[in-house]
Design a protein around this ligand. Structure first.
Ligand code: SF4
Length: 105
């Protein structure tokens, strides 16, 4: 894994204007502090990553690219990818609670 989110998002290379996409990405973070958020197993963190994507102006091209590359993991284009597919609902580990609301991302 690379140090910065922008390097990780280097998978966007191959699109018409990859530099423009990288500079407009809300996750572009030279410090690399967002990387763990976008590749987290923690449901609240996954929600935070998805929330960042919702306001991203390159979300659609990011999502299309992730689908084409069959990303093995992480939040891309506002969706959580697992083994190259979008996971609609991420459930917490362990036994589901008997009562109350189920946490999902
Ligand atoms: S949609 Fe999300 S993962 Fe894709 S570039 Fe924008 S902020 Fe980053």
């Amino acid at each position: 894994m690379t140090d910065t989110m922008s390097e990780i998002r280097g998978g966007l290379v191959g699109y018409a204007h990859p530099e423009e996409i990288r500079t407009r990405a809300r996750c572009a973070d030279p410090s690399g502090q967002l990387t763990s958020l976008f590749f987290s197993e923690d449901i609240p963190e996954i929600r935070r990553a998805k929330a960042i994507c919702r306001g991203c102006e390159v979300r659609i091209v990011c999502l299309q690219g992730a689908q084409e590359r069959r990303e093995p993991c992480g939040v891309w284009g506002g969706e959580l990818f697992v083994n190259g597919r979008i996971l609609a609902v991420k459930r917490p580990r362990g036994r589901p609670p008997k009562h109350g609301e189920q946490l999902t991302a």
